[in-house]
Design a protein around this ligand. Structure first.
Ligand SMILES: [Zn+2]
Length: 300
């Protein structure tokens, strides 16, 4: 009898918790706009294990791309996605935008062959001071280092239709930079990419997805037409083209998570969205550690 009563209480509590979570999500975020194109934010695609969680195995990536193909969804670059959203052509059609932050070399070896197989375009954001180098800017949990794409690899992919955008020069939290830093990071990276690729660079991804009003003003001033965040503090039915919402893709994602991130309309999408926002909030830990390391570095 006690077991039954305890079970009923536990179930009631769980339902209560879900209901509170749902009500918070609905009042703060709510459903996406009907012209919004889901934007996926990948980081590493690699066989090498990493503690951070922001990676995808080549096997998972293949499965996810096959899913997009099977569902008849059309992947577009970020620039194209913005055009479609602005013209509202994206209504009632199924598009997705595949983006990669940090431009690791694993993309060339594991992600690009799959994208080519399906004829999928994508957008890659480069940290220009680290092209061809290892990721010293990152907190290397467990001491594992990863190499970034080299210029020749970037040029090959660009020629084949992959869009490149800026992820700044050194991957620092832009909110902490003064005017000179913002110019160095935003104008600097754009000019380097344009010179190397011979193409206009229009897109930007804020390191850690973090930005403020000053950062956005600088991004517009230094020539960007659109910029990506991860979980901007705005309702899902508002599309801010200078702080676009993206769904991070993680090693822990099941196909259920993936489906929710791609369609953003299912019954349980709210739970997935809320969870992503909590994960993104926790990623702030990396910034704190990085800031401590940078500050001690600057003092030397
Ligand atoms: Zn990044």
């Amino acid at each position: 009898m006690y077991i039954v009563i305890s079970l009923i209480i536990i179930i009631a509590l769980l339902y209560g918790l879900l209901l509170v979570g749902y009500l918070i999500w609905r009042s703060k975020f709510g459903k996406p706009a009907d012209n919004y194109i889901p934007i996926l934010a990948y980081h590493k695609v690699d066989k090498k294990f990493e503690i951070g969680g922001t990676w995808t195995t080549p096997g998972q990536f293949q499965k996810q791309m096959a899913y997009i193909k099977a569902k008849g969804i059309t992947p577009v670059t970020l620039s194209r996605a913005v055009e479609l959203m602005k013209s509202k052509e994206s209504r009632n059609k199924k598009y997705v935008c595949i983006t990669f932050d940090d431009a690791y070399e694993g993309l060339y070896n594991y992600a690009w062959p799959v994208l080519q197989k399906y004829g999928f375009p994508a957008t890659i954001f480069v940290v220009t001071d680290y092209v061809g180098k290892e990721n010293d800017w990152d907190v290397n949990w467990g001491g594992r280092k990863f190499r970034h794409l080299g210029w020749q690899q970037i040029i090959n992919m660009s020629k084949a239709g992959i869009e490149f955008g800026s992820h700044t020069r050194s991957h620092r939290d832009l909110r902490r930079g003064d005017d000179e830093d913002l110019k160095y990071e935003l104008a600097g990276s754009r000019i380097i990419l344009e010179e190397r690729l011979g193409k206009k660079i229009k897109t930007l991804s804020f390191p850690f997805g973090r930005y403020n009003h000053r950062v956005i003003t600088a991004a517009v001033e230094f020539g960007y037409e659109t910029a990506c965040s991860l979980s901007p503090q705005q309702r899902n039915n508002q599309i801010n083209f200078m702080a676009l919402r993206r769904s991070g893709i993680y090693i822990t994602d099941s196909m259920w998570d993936y489906q929710n991130k791609i369609f953003q309309e299912g019954r349980w999408y709210w739970l997935q969205d809320l969870w992503s926002r909590i994960v993104n909030l926790c990623a702030g830990g990396t910034i704190v550690v990085q800031n401590i390391l940078n500050t001690s570095h600057e003092k030397k």
